[in-house]
Design a protein around this ligand. Structure first.
Ligand SMILES: C[S@@+](CC[C@H](N)C(=O)[O-])C[C@H]1O[C@@H](n2cnc3c(N)ncnc32)[C@H](O)[C@@H]1O
Length: 389
């Protein structure tokens, strides 16, 4: 492997365009070496942007900073001596490189899974939501009275911040009027509803009304109590069903981990209201699984329980994304938090870019073909939209 290898070129180009998020080396060539994984990240030091290389072994991490040229030499050396695999994450694409013992390699790209370049030092990395003096985080049991994140709540805190980082990237590319409405469908305990309100009002200094819809009365009461205590005057929670709750005009809709077809109810309401932004993190995928009957050579796919479940997830969310696209939404589907924090980690993020209330016939046809190929009797979101038209 040399300096002009396409993978190295992608690394250099994205670094110079400030679109380099991180690079991870894995799959050890020699099982007994103590290095487990190596991560490259951009690091801003005064006026200079360097590459910070973190070498992790079983007991500790060693961090050293390099210029781009030096880091390329390091990368070449690591790939020659220590690792078979490299994953480059950029704002434009993710690049996957895999070497074989024979010395041959394969390289492929896919749409980006990470959307924020963070050039800060790890130890000064500050999360978007400040835990100090934060009433809702304390009331929800994430922080102590002193504003320290509780030991068992680090993952929750990280997840909330990560979610806000993603929203930040999406909303920064969307024009929303000074006053707008955010609706959170299936708000649950309200972690993400409060966090989004906090971010929009206190960081962005915007003044949207935020409404959480939730089935469970006790959660609604608790969230309203906390909103009052935090003096979040434009935030309220109402008990109701996603499919028929009385709502204001929706500008931003989120439905995070609402169960099964509740996600479809939520997305349908967002589409029908021409919401500018729709964010859905699907939860269980029972509806499609039940109405799916693979036929012919595909029948074997549903022989193994977990594979059937995975297939149902993929098909359910692909069709959701396609329905959104058919109604003029530019749609992305990506992982929004590492799988060790939560298994429910897919986010469908859709931004209305075309003013249409009629589905695109080409995409409709794609959905019909997909359903026919996999023996899906119906998809709830499509059914809901058909009732409407
Ligand atoms: C898994 S929790 C997720 C809570 C929150 N969105 C989050 O991601 O942290 C799902 C919540 O959605 C609520 N829910 C499920 N179906 C609903 C429906 N049809 N209408 C209103 N709320 C619903 C449940 O009661 C539950 O509190």
């Amino acid at each position: 492997m040399t300096q002009d290898h396409p993978f190295i070129c992608h690394f250099k180009i994205c670094f110079s365009k400030k679109k380099f998020v991180k690079l991870v080396l894995s799959k050890k060539r020699v099982k007994t070496t103590i290095i487990k994984i190596v991560t490259f990240k951009p690091l801003q030091l005064k006026d200079e942007i360097l590459v910070s290389i973190v070498t992790s072994n079983q007991h500790n991490d060693v961090t050293k900073n390099f210029t781009l040229e030096q880091s390329v030499l390091q990368l070449l050396k690591f790939l020659k001596e220590d690792f078979y695999q490299a994953d480059l994450f950029t704002l434009e694409k993710d690049w996957h490189l895999l070497y074989y013992r024979s010395g041959k390699f394969k390289m492929k790209s896919k749409p980006p899974t990470l959307h924020v370049v963070d050039m800060r030092h790890d130890h000064v990395k500050k999360r978007i939501l400040d835990p100090i003096g934060n009433i809702y985080l304390e009331q929800l049991g994430v922080t102590t009275k002193e504003g320290l994140v509780k030991k068992g709540k680090q993952d929750k805190y990280l997840q909330i911040n990560k979610y806000i980082e993603i929203i930040e990237a999406i909303l920064s590319a969307v024009h929303l009027p000074q006053s707008f409405n955010v609706v959170d469908m299936g708000a649950g305990k309200g972690y993400l509803t409060f966090a989004l309100y906090d971010y929009l009002h206190n960081k962005l200094k915007r003044k949207p009304k935020v409404l959480g819809i939730e089935l469970r009365k006790e959660l609604v009461e608790k969230c309203n109590f906390i909103a009052k205590k935090a003096k979040y005057d434009h935030l309220s929670f109402e008990q109701g069903e996603i499919k028929d709750a009385v709502l204001p005009k929706i500008d931003v809709l989120m439905a995070l981990h609402a169960c099964d077809i509740a996600t479809d109810d939520a997305i349908a309401r967002g589409i029908n209201d021409q919401a500018k932004v729709i964010l859905a993190a699907p939860c269980c995928h029972k509806q499609v699984r039940k109405s799916m009957k693979n036929q012919g050579s595909l029948a074997v796919l549903t022989k193994f329980g977990i594979m059937e479940a995975r297939q149902a997830e993929i098909l359910t969310d692909t069709i959701r994304a396609l329905v959104l696209e058919s109604y003029g939404y530019k749609t992305k589907v990506f992982e929004f938090i590492a799988t060790d924090h939560t298994p429910k980690n897919i986010l469908i993020a859709a931004v209305k870019t075309k003013k249409t209330s009629v589905p695109n016939p080409v995409i409709k046809e794609q959905i019909t073909t997909l359903k026919a190929n996999f023996g899906i009797a119906f998809h709830e979101l499509e059914r809901l939209m058909e009732i409407k038209t």
